[in-house]
Design a protein around this ligand. Structure first.
Ligand SMILES: [Zn+2]
Length: 340
């Protein structure tokens, strides 16, 4: 299509002369670029990884299921030949508890110069404070936590299984944060004191303790991937991923790339071309650390109910998980990696 450069006045005159121009006759219909071959993401396998985490029990820091799940995640990545490191840390939660936590870093093709980060959080919220009845009960975190990790694990499994001829041009770092979901929610916990309120006034948060620690102690050191993709709540039936504000501000090109690929491979029911407000999630701190990161997170672009109904309730269990959503996200991110 040729672009006609007209001065605004001339353009106005033209519009007056021709009336309302028919846009269709002047808009070129773009044929999508042919996408590179990417491996097939297996949603059954991703689902099994989500179920396995949930079966350990809620992954709340300072509990046995949390430790066991962390050990299992490390052994799974190692079994696929990835280079795995742990980043142990202690952090005080908003209620004054000292949390024993660890971030997990698993590198695929660690020698590759060009890198992409896949982030997720592997802990679960200790209380279902948005639940109608069981506000102090822990939750399974099937979507909020386990789904992002399940997609990451399945990607690692698939990448490791590829022949040399189908190796992507980039290395991938799977970085799983701990203690993301132990934050203070003023809408449900106003009777409690947020002992980290001071941290919040200086750009920190009672949420995302693992990514805040990582941002100050980067692993790998001086880490400079081309960009990062955060997967959070990517497993629920009818998941809706709209274009979150901070993602657009910091990595608009990555948002466009991922959403366009999703549309091209048939997942525009999940990846909505709609904008939504910003959210406090691990990408706030990875962006602060200089890694341009987008957040793929299940939330609606309109209305007061920003989060899906299962969010931070005991309903966030395996019954909300849908393999089709896992497939939409996993295949889209894999296809994105194979386009690099
Ligand atoms: Zn959460």
């Amino acid at each position: 299509m040729k672009l006609f450069r007209l001065a605004p006045l001339a353009l106005a005159a033209l519009l007056v002369l021709t009336g309302c121009p028919d846009k269709k006759t002047t808009t070129e219909v773009e044929t999508p670029d042919k996408l590179p071959v990417a491996p097939v993401f297996n949603p059954d396998s991703a689902y099994a990884f989500v179920a396995k985490q949930v079966a350990f029990g809620p992954r709340v820091p300072n509990t046995a299921p949390h430790v066991k799940t962390g050990d299992w995640l490390i052994s799974k990545f190692q079994s696929y030949g990835l280079t795995v490191r742990e980043q142990p840390f202690q952090a005080m939660a908003f209620d004054g508890k000292m949390l024993k936590a660890r971030n997990i870093v698993a590198q695929y093709q660690p020698q590759a110069a060009r890198r992409i980060a896949i982030f997720a959080h592997w802990d679960t919220r200790p209380f279902a404070d948005k639940d109608e009845k069981n506000k102090n009960a822990p939750l399974d975190g099937a979507s909020d936590g386990a789904s992002g990790v399940g997609v990451a694990l399945e990607m690692a499994r698939i990448l490791a299984a590829q022949p040399d001829s189908l190796t992507p041009a980039v290395g991938i770092d799977f970085i799983l944060f701990d203690a993301e979901d132990y934050g203070y929610d003023s809408s449900t916990q106003s009777e409690l004191t947020n002992q980290l309120a001071g941290l919040e006034s200086s750009g920190g948060s009672s949420w995302c303790l693992g990514s805040q620690y990582w941002a100050k102690n980067m692993m790998p050191a001086a880490y400079k991937p081309e960009y990062g993709i955060l997967l959070d709540m990517v497993g629920a039936k009818n998941g809706k991923f709209s274009r979150e504000d901070l993602s657009r501000q910091r990595a608009r090109d990555v948002v466009d790339k991922v959403w366009n690929i999703a549309a091209q491979i048939g997942y525009s029911d999940y990846f909505l071309f709609q904008d939504s407000p910003g959210i406090t999630d691990d990408h706030v701190f990875t962006n602060q650390a200089g890694v341009r990161t987008i957040d793929i997170i299940d939330h609606l672009p309109v209305g007061d109910d920003y989060f899906p109904a299962y969010h931070h309730t005991t309903d966030d269990n395996m019954s909300v998980i849908d393999k089709r959503t896992l497939k939409a996200v996993g295949q889209t991110v894999l296809q994105t990696i194979y386009g690099e």
